[in-house]
Design a protein around this ligand. Structure first.
Ligand SMILES: [Fe+2]
Length: 103
């Protein structure tokens, strides 16, 4: 995905990549949310909201790409996705992991 985004790939190709990312993210988030529910994780609602925000933003990106309402500069999309995932992994998922391991 990074290569396509850095090489200014065509909008349909980038859109297809983001849709694939959405599918994988939804599956992963669903798994995490089952873990949070089973463990009665106290921050599950906020964590779920973070997941929903990412998925919603990715869907908006796909939509914007298809109507050319977003910059041709794919690095903007790449930076957003990378920044969001790193933030989520380092903060929210790390806290969830620590909670699950402490039980
Ligand atoms: Fe998460």
């Amino acid at each position: 995905m990074r290569i396509a985004l850095e090489e200014r790939a065509a909008r349909p190709a980038v859109s297809t990549l983001i849709q694939a990312l959405i599918k994988r993210a939804e599956a992963h988030f669903s798994y995490e949310e089952h873990l949070m529910s089973d463990a009665e994780y106290e921050d599950s609602e906020a964590h779920h909201d973070e997941h929903q925000m990412l998925i919603s933003t990715l869907y908006i990106m796909v939509s914007d790409l298809l109507v050319s309402a977003i910059s041709d500069d794919n690095s903007v999309i790449g930076r957003y996705i990378e920044h969001w995932f790193i933030d989520h992994l380092e903060k929210d998922d790390a806290e969830l992991s620590a909670f699950l391991l402490s039980r």
